[in-house]
Design a protein around this ligand. Structure first.
Ligand code: ZN
Ligand code: ZN
Ligand code: FE
Length: 753
């Protein structure tokens, strides 16, 4: 029998051709295999049983990093003339395949890295077909060396021999290199002058003596310092102008983290997964200055050989890998190097000129796509993203419908963009807040890169309703330039649609969006919505949280005390307002009376702010969600309490938690108040959802990052027989908005057609 096999999915850059080659040889089949823009194409001929065996094992034994979506086999008459099996040159053309994300260095490479007899002993760029950078090095598909930033490195004869040997683990490993032919690691002082000696040893010395070292990693630079050195941490925070936001840690292994954090089995598996995200772990012992005022500390394990080498140096360069089983003393702060909230730095010159580091550990392998570390948490039943980037982006999310290619430009905060191709949605890596020119440029770059890598031409562009944010303006300009239609998708509709897309729900569903704020269809600020979302890409606002006053407008979202003041005012408690906040309180009273710069919002985020300020635990915040995080920590510290009865009033679809806030403002004990707030909120929201007779409910919006709220509400609704869908493939926060915009636009377009 002879025929052609077409394999679709993520089959390039993952060792698929060598796998096919070995399998064909083992089964004594002749023919060839090659990459082409559609994926992998195989011609085989041989005995009937062998061919059918081949087809079965093609899927069941495929390489770990591959994702086979479809295998098609067609019989052909023509016999392969040449005997044997070969790997043919790739065919170029319009790409139609998946984009492989970056993966951490694999166990085999790690053991070679620490084997003094191996020719890659301590080589900082070791990789093979099972591991190493992909997306961040890639300029084009198909995934071949010349389309990566390794293209201009000439392989030495030994590396080239491995590359050509189908029996070798480095057969067609595109970034293959060794100490003789690969990129070079160098260490520099503040002036960019190279420092002689061993870069790894020097960098570790510097870190241990309290210095801040910028290290070029896979998707960008990190700032490293000793996590046990308070002075270094303070300096790092000053230089990043990031006084309270948590910093991530890196440790050699899980045992090294155990003194500081609780690590369950599921969490261990996530930490050790080849995607190597930063995982939020419940703190056991505080490391001063790392993550003040929150329950969790973010930690990750080494993923680039450079990281491993630093820990190996700290352990005294032992031979072999047994040291990697034991707890190590060294814990590093490893925070993204992104000056003033701009995107992560990827270029050496940029790092030297703009990063406030003492020293620089850099190399000459270019990063083509910037990609931050992903951040995840374990919810108790599944893993959830806080930020989706390295290791995951831009893997596709499969949607239940197929349609024209849609580009969505996401939200102004925690921006991602999304481009669809048939039923696949490719969400970019986390780009960040579009409040600076560099971030806006990074967004445009991400659009260009995805269009190029996917070879997709958008036919529709979708965006947020907010007219003033950069992503909306960009979308409108883009639609004009290409002459394609432009669709505005309401923020919370997009939140809900994002979760629908990943769970394959076409509607109708009830969506609960608990969020900061997003612009509503009526021009008001929304953020606590119960929506009916239909299968035609439309929605109905079933109800919302009672509106709260935001005296001072934007300032109110950074100063929770203003929301508390607005609440007291709305309850006629003006005297108390002035007692609490003195002269400022009096000024605010007048401001509200005259409705001067006092917009309203129906936002769950602002409800949390009000509660935090009424309890006196946080008056001003330095980052979004900070008050809610502190409130959660205090509630968690207190434990179980009985929810307040009649904590809210539901009237004409408006859910008003004023009775709860009244109670909170009077209770003694901040922890008790925080716990009472959380559990009463869960009760009230459950009542609201049940009042709508929802059978299926979708949770989305940034407030679902609060696990007391999300887990509490999920469990209590499931007890009532309601099916709950949460954001898992993408974050529930604004990082998922672009997917929701695409999906809502596709549903809308399909129902028009
Ligand atoms: Zn490897
Ligand atoms: Zn070499
Ligand atoms: Fe949002």
């Amino acid at each position: 029998m002879q025929g052609l096999v077409r394999v679709r999915g993520r089959v390039q850059g993952v060792g698929f051709r060598p796998f096919v080659y070995r399998l064909a040889r083992e089964l004594d089949l002749s023919g060839w295999v090659r990459n082409d823009p559609k994926g992998v194409e195989i011609a085989i001929s041989g005995k009937d049983d062998a061919v059918s065996d081949f087809l079965n094992r093609l899927e069941s034994e495929s390489p770990v990093l591959s994702k086979v979506e479809k295998i098609e086999f067609s019989l052909s008459q023509e016999r392969e003339r040449e005997g044997g099996f070969t790997i043919r040159e790739s065919l170029e053309g319009r790409a139609d395949t998946g984009i492989p994300p970056d993966v951490s260095v694999c166990p085999e490479c790690v053991s070679e890295l620490f084997d003094p007899s191996n020719r890659r002993y301590r080589h900082p760029f070791i990789n093979c077909t099972h591991c190493g950078p992909r997306f961040t090095l890639l300029s084009n598909l198909p995934y071949d060396r010349k389309h990566t930033s390794m293209g201009h490195f000439q392989m030495c004869p030994e590396c080239h021999a491995e590359y050509l040997d189908p029996a070798d683990r480095r057969f067609h490993a595109q970034p293959n290199a060794c100490g003789n032919c690969g990129p070079v690691l160098t260490f520099h002082d503040v002036n960019g002058q190279p420092i002689s000696g061993d870069g790894i040893a020097n960098a570790l010395d510097a870190i241990l003596s309290g210095k801040i070292v910028a290290v070029k990693g896979v998707g960008g630079f990190h700032l490293f310092c000793d996590a046990k050195n308070r002075a270094s941490i303070e300096r790092l925070r000053n230089s990043k102008a990031r006084m309270e936001k948590p910093l991530a840690l890196m440790a050699a292994n899980v045992p090294s983290l155990l003194p500081y954090a609780h690590v369950g089995d599921n969490e261990k598996a996530l930490l050790e997964s080849r995607e190597r995200p930063i995982l939020l772990l419940k703190k056991r012992r505080e490391l001063v200055g790392i993550a003040p005022g929150v329950i969790h500390v973010g930690a990750m394990l080494p993923y680039s050989p450079i990281h491993y080498l630093l820990f190996h140096e700290a352990a005294g360069r032992p031979d072999g890998i047994s040291w990697l089983e034991c707890a190590q003393d060294l814990i590093l702060v490893a925070t993204s190097a992104n000056p003033r909230g701009e995107p992560i730095v990827i270029e050496n010159d940029d790092a030297l000129n703009r990063l406030d580091a003492d020293l620089f550990l850099v190399h000459d392998r270019e990063i083509l796509s910037r990609c931050d570390d992903s951040v995840m948490r374990w919810t108790g039943s599944s893993a959830q993203f806080v930020r989706r980037a390295r290791g995951y982006a831009p893997s596709a999310v499969s949607m239940p419908i197929s349609g024209p290619s849609v580009l969505a430009t996401g939200s102004g905060y925690k921006n991602t963009i999304c481009l669809t191709r048939r039923n696949e949605a490719f969400v970019s890596q986390h780009i960040g807040d579009l409040d600076n020119a560099a971030a806006c440029m990074a967004m445009e770059e991400a659009v260009d890169r995805l269009m190029k890598l996917l070879n997709a031409e958008p036919e529709i562009v979708a965006h947020d309703l907010h007219p003033d944010i950069y992503c909306t303006k960009f979308a409108q300009g883009f639609s004009e330039r290409l002459g394609i239609p432009c669709m505005g998708i309401q923020h919370h509709h997009a939140h809900v649609a994002s979760v629908m897309a990943e769970h394959g729900l076409t509607g109708p569903v009830t969506g609960l969006a608990l969020d900061g704020t997003g612009l509503g269809n009526d021009g008001a600020a929304w953020g606590g919505e119960l929506l009916h979302v239909d299968e035609k890409g439309g929605f109905l606002r079933l109800g919302h949280l009672a509106e709260m006053l935001l005296p001072g407008g934007d300032a109110a979202s950074r100063e929770p005390w203003r929301i508390a003041a607005g609440f007291l005012h709305s309850r006629g408690r003006m005297e108390e307002l002035e007692m609490r906040y003195g002269r400022m309180g009096a000024a605010l009273n007048q401001m509200i009376e005259r409705r001067f710069n006092t917009p309203v919002a129906s936002s769950m985020g602002r409800l949390f702010d009000a509660a935090a300020a009424l309890l006196g635990i946080m008056e001003k915040t330095t980052f979004e969600g900070q008050a809610a995080m502190l409130l959660e920590k205090m509630a968690e510290g207190y434990g179980q309490v009985k929810p307040m009865e009649n904590a809210c009033i539901l009237e004409n679809g408006v859910l008003d938690f004023s009775p709860l806030l009244d109670e909170i403002s009077l209770v003694r004990g901040k922890e008790y108040g925080a716990a009472l707030f959380h559990c009463s909120l869960v009760e009230g929201l459950k009542y609201w959802v049940l009042a709508e007779n929802a059978e299926k409910i979708v949770f989305s919006g940034g407030c679902f990052m609060n696990s007391l709220l999300s887990t509490g509400l999920r469990k209590s609704l499931e007890k009532e027989g309601v099916a709950v869908f949460e954001a898992l493939c993408l974050p529930p926060n604004d990082g998922g908005i672009s997917l929701g915009q695409c999906y809502a636009a596709m549903l809308g377009k399909m129902s028009c057609a």
